[in-house]
Design a protein around this ligand. Structure first.
Ligand SMILES: Cc1cc2nc3c(=O)[nH]c(=O)nc-3n(C[C@H](O)[C@H](O)[C@H](O)COP(=O)(O)OP(=O)(O)OC[C@H]3O[C@@H](n4cnc5c(N)ncnc54)[C@H](O)[C@@H]3O)c2cc1C
Ligand code: SF4
Length: 532
């Protein structure tokens, strides 16, 4: 049997990497198990001429279509929002757009303010120093002074608005609505050895330039230098329990398919809002017949996914095409609850550039805008590089029936049951979506679009996986306490997006990482009781 380690982290993505870096200073023996491998920047699609085609193949944002050896299948047939993940060192940050807003202070107090959902046991001010620490290591660009948010100072100059961002901003000025350059974890100038963004193209399938702050190039080199061991190709099947009812380690399959038991004094779950509840539900024992840490019955429940309709607009003149980081600005005009509207809470409008020629052709042919045959080239000239889009990032309130369970039939290549997603959109969210779609269309009209389309049935796949092991002070209403410790198993912690109590209406990774750093800090302050 392997020697026990002090801290065993499951998952090397946004949260696992930040946490590993922070606890490394304790000089304890820390191991992270990751089912994927390192991805080489030289293998990213941006290095080849088929870069856009690969986004529909081995670089697809959805594991179900990608089907790489590190991926596990996800049954999302019963969910209107499909699931985007990436399984490698760096996790979702390898494929994310690096849009880096923070949850608003109000997001932590939704019950007090609006009488729905629940309040968090922590608040924005508690997390503020951890946001700042994280921004520094991820390398965040932006502009201080946003009137819609408590002031903070991103380190690097903001991403240029470009043609599409400028067009959108001018339209918003005429409408009198809030907008601000986005915070983004993208090096706009050289930062900590990272080369600056050169507007190569879209950032999703990995940034070959190394400008995008994914944790394989930010936190992990620092954590490994501080002696954290990162084991790749290790797919965890379950967390084990000792006779004392404490977590005793994890069973995983190594790169040769061998079953290995890794004992540990403390186990930290960082496998994301779907991977973590999947593993907890799969860790069944005599003491925990309904899954580990699940006395509340809430493991897997309260899943929040950010329904994300997208409004597209095409213009007579050239926009940016796919050139530049996807996102350059946002609007919080409709973020907070307004009693004059017919829904509670709100949404962020996120402005993004267009696809490349392949994406334009595929969506054009599918919709009938771009025909095959004689008119094909003139239609491509009319549409390609002449669009931008507005994503409506809707806050979906937590509902217990939106959940993850273990699929009774579908399993991954190691016969571990796949997660099954049941997710519907509430009436409140449906009204919010319609409001956002109408406002986004207004912006497009104001900006002069000649063609405007909107997705309702096929929602964007934001890959925001939240709420399935939420934090709280009441063990009957939450899975972990205010610093991520399981109410049921004292040496088991959850640090990823699962712990979110509400989802807000912004991309979550900045907040996920701030929480991971905050939990690491709490652990470091309590080292004397950690192993009790
Ligand atoms: C296409 C796309 C675009 C996105 N854009 C943005 C954006 O612009 N801004 C933003 O804030 N967020 C964005 N996100 C979301 C962002 O990627 C996630 O919020 C973030 O990565 C979640 O961090 P995490 O630590 O919870 O999990 P992850 O980063 O998903 O890491 C989990 C890790 O655990 C590993 N793992 C899972 N199960 C096991 C197992 N059984 N054994 C071993 N290892 C396991 C996985 O392989 C993975 O590496 C995007 C996501 C996608 C997919
Ligand atoms: S646009 Fe910039 S950040 Fe995005 S992939 Fe290209 S170089 Fe990297």
């Amino acid at each position: 049997m392997a020697d026990p380690v002090d801290i065993l982290i499951i998952g090397s993505g946004a949260s696992g990497a930040a946490f590993a870096w922070s606890v490394a200073e304790t000089r304890m023996r820390i191991v992270c198990l990751e089912q994927g491998d390192w991805v080489k920047p030289t293998d990213y699609p941006a290095r080849g001429r088929d870069w856009e085609a690969r986004r529909y193949a081995d670089s697809d944002i959805m594991a179900n279509r990608r089907q790489l050896p590190a991926d596990y299948p996800i049954n999302d047939r019963r969910s209107i929002v499909k699931i985007a993940t990436y399984n490698a060192v760096g996790g979702g940050t390898v494929h994310y757009a690096a849009h880096f807003p923070r949850l608003h202070p109000s997001d932590f107090r939704v019950n007090s303010l609006d009488g729905v959902a629940e309040d968090w046991p922590i608040d924005y001010r508690t997390l503020e120093p951890f946001f700042a620490r994280n921004d520094k290591i991820m390398g965040v660009a932006g502009l201080p002074g946003d009137p819609a948010f408590p002031n903070h100072a991103p380190l690097l100059p903001p991403i240029p608005l470009g043609r599409s961002g400028t067009r959108a901003a001018e339209a918003m000025n005429r409408l009198g609505w809030h907008w601000w350059p986005s915070d983004a974890a993208i090096a706009t100038v050289e930062h900590e050895g990272r080369a600056p963004c050169i507007n190569l193209g879209q950032c999703l399938p990995g940034c070959a330039q190394g400008a995008k702050g994914s944790t394989d190039i930010t936190y992990w080199p620092l954590a490994i230098r501080a002696d954290v061991e990162l084991r790749t190709h290790c797919r965890v099947r379950e967390i084990t329990i000792g006779p004392d009812g404490m977590a005793s380690g994890a069973i995983y399959y190594d790169r040769d398919g061998r079953e290995v038991f890794q004992p540990a004094h403390v186990v930290v779950m960082a496998a994301n809002g779907i991977g973590t509840p999947r593993l907890l539900l799969n860790s069944v024992s005599g003491k925990f017949p309904n899954g580990l840490a699940n006395s509340s019955g809430l493991v897997g429940r309260n899943l929040m996914l950010h329904p994300w309709p997208v409004v597209q607009g095409w213009f007579d003149d050239e926009m940016d095409g796919q050139r530049g980081p996807i996102v350059s600005l946002l609007s919080k005009q409709f973020y907070e609850t307004d009693p004059a509207r017919d829904f509670l809470r709100g949404y962020m409008l996120q402005f993004g550039r267009g696809p490349g020629p392949v994406g334009e052709a595929m969506s054009g042919v599918e919709s009938g805008r771009i025909p095959w045959g004689d008119a094909h080239h003139s239609a491509m000239r009319r549409y390609a590089t002449r669009r931008f889009h507005v994503g409506i990032a809707c806050e979906d309130l937590s509902e217990e029936h939106n959940r993850i369970t273990l699929d009774p039939e579908l399993a991954d290549s190691h016969a571990i049951p796949a997660p099954r997603i049941d997710y519907t959109v509430s009436d409140n969210t449906a009204r919010m979506m319609e409001h956002g779609i109408a406002r986004a269309a207004e912006i497009m009209q104001e900006a002069g679009a000649h063609t405007i389309t909107c997705s309702r049935e096929v929602l964007n796949y934001p890959g925001h996986l939240l709420g399935t092991a939420r934090m709280g002070t009441n063990p009957e209403r939450s899975v972990v306490n205010e610093w991520g410790r399981s109410h049921d198993v004292r040496n088991l912690f959850v640090i990823d997006g699962s712990v979110f109590v509400t989802g807000g209406g912004v991309n979550p990774t900045s907040t996920i990482q701030a929480i991971a750093l905050y939990i690491a800090d709490k652990m470091k302050q309590r080292l004397d009781t950690l192993f009790d």
